[in-house]
Design a protein around this ligand. Sequence first.
Ligand SMILES: [Zn+2]
Length: 416
Amino acid sequence: MEPKDQIGLRRANLAHVLEVLRVHGPHSRAGIARLTGLNKATSSSLVAELTDRGLVRLGSPATGQFGRPGHLVELRPGTVCGIGLEVNVDYAAVAVLDVAGTLVRHRRVARDLVALGPDGAVDLLGELASAEIAALRADDAWVAGVSVAVPGLIDVSAGVVRLAPNLGWREVPLAARLAERIGLVPGVDNDANHSALAEHAAGVAAGTPDLLYLTGEVGVGGGVISGGSLLRGATGFTGEVGHMPLDPAGERCGCGRIGCWETSVGLAALLRGVAGDDDPVRDPALDLEQRLTLIAGRARAGDARTLAALHRIGSALGVGASILVNVLNPAVVVLGGYFAVLGRWLLGPAREELCARVLAPGPAGCELVLSDLGFTAAVRGGAHAALDAVLTDPTTAPSRSATAVRQAPEQHRSTS
Ligand SMILES: [Zn+2]
């Protein structure tokens, strides 16, 4: 075998061990050998390298029946992390996930991003990411990457936002602009795509190979997982479901057209429906979750205007979802964002429309479920996307013993 092929094989085997631990949880080295089909010596050598790269650690003692008990190998929390960022109409957010899938930190700031414009957004995202990068480095953790979720059409390979109608952005080279601030080139993707990745990795329908995620934000986007992979389409613009023209006599959409689906089910339609102009739920300075808590409180108290608006939105949600279920035949539709927060009042009318309009019996065997990732789905998905490179090729994570040797003289000087 050529040395080049041996390196490739080693990388694939390292990735395979990580995959086994992610899917099956902690295992002994013998268990890993069994699950990967590799021999015990190779398996032990792979575990040693993954340990050195900060990706796994020895955990609790294995309770084997035979021989001397070893220790279980588990994914190491807090050492190798991915950072997800999100920019949306009225907030920006950041999340840090480690390879073990733990949410290390999450932060959301309420801000009028439309008024800030792309320059202000780059400043804000740069600040959020830089603070996390500094905190992780101070904790001796390694940043595997950063990925940003944007509600719009993204050229993923170029890292350019082609069009984000609700932000008013066009042709923004976000990856390049942000790289100048944070010192590494971030990935950029559509927010619904990132959210679908997060749901597929760790949500209520985790592992479902055919899954549709719907973002309940100002914009309504769809992230489609088909056969276990993200469906991107010819130019990467799959999932612009919020702009399905459903009401020719409807409201004007952020995209300039009339009657797009999101004009009847997006967050703006909800806020307009439940409250007048001077009501606190219409105040963009108030954190979105506080405003949604107010709305939920009114719905629980039986407020007629609130309940009527939620019923109307639930029905419109079901009508649009029925088109998507007829086209895509997902096993699960996951409702995210505000749809999940107010799902209790939306699910009934939505399911009714879905069953009435889907051709296959019932809702085509499709379940309509509420995300439990709330407004963290897109940032978590970004962090998952950022970790993907190291999970695919674990040798991208630096050797910690080599780092320690390199850093040793400096440490000696600083402590003497
Ligand atoms: Zn539109």
